[in-house]
Design a binder for this molecule. Structure first.
Ligand code: NI
Length: 137
């Protein structure tokens, strides 16, 4: 059967601050710019989750997009939406919540729940112009 990629788009809003405790405020501002504002700031994140695999002969699906919607809601949107990454999300208590690191966390959370025969890739937009992709490894 042909291999096809299915995609699901999702959104969440969250706050963060990029900084290192072991750096001075000046160095944090120099490296992280406005994203190092000590009072935090928000982004409207846009997430695209992509699954690649063979079309199932019985259903005609690669993966049920309703199931994918529910999975993204449970694993990503509910725990992240309207949260402060630095303070409220366990994975970022000691990790800088950059788009890169958030994409890896999202990938790892979803990878556990997606059947092994499907390839997974995530694309995370922090702004309409700044986005990262991660497909494992
Ligand atoms: Ni930022």
């Amino acid at each position: 059967m042909p291999r096809v990629t299915v995609h699901r788009r999702a959104y969440f809003n969250a706050a963060h601050r990029l900084y290192r405790k072991d750096w001075s405020d000046e160095k944090n501002i120099e490296v992280f710019g406005k994203c190092s504002n000590p009072n935090y700031h928000g982004h409207n994140y846009e997430l695209i989750v992509s699954l690649t695999g063979e079309i199932d002969v019985e259903t005609g699906f690669v993966y049920d997009l309703g199931k994918l919607r529910n999975l993204i809601k449970k694993e990503i949107e509910t725990p992240f939406d309207h949260k402060n990454f630095n303070i409220e999300v366990e994975e970022f208590k000691n990790t800088n919540p950059t788009a890169e690191n958030i994409a890896v966390v999202i990938y790892n959370k979803l990878r556990e729940k997606i059947p092994n025969h499907l390839d997974l890739a995530v694309k995370l937009y922090e702004t309409p112009r700044n986005f990262v992709t991660y497909a494992g490894k």
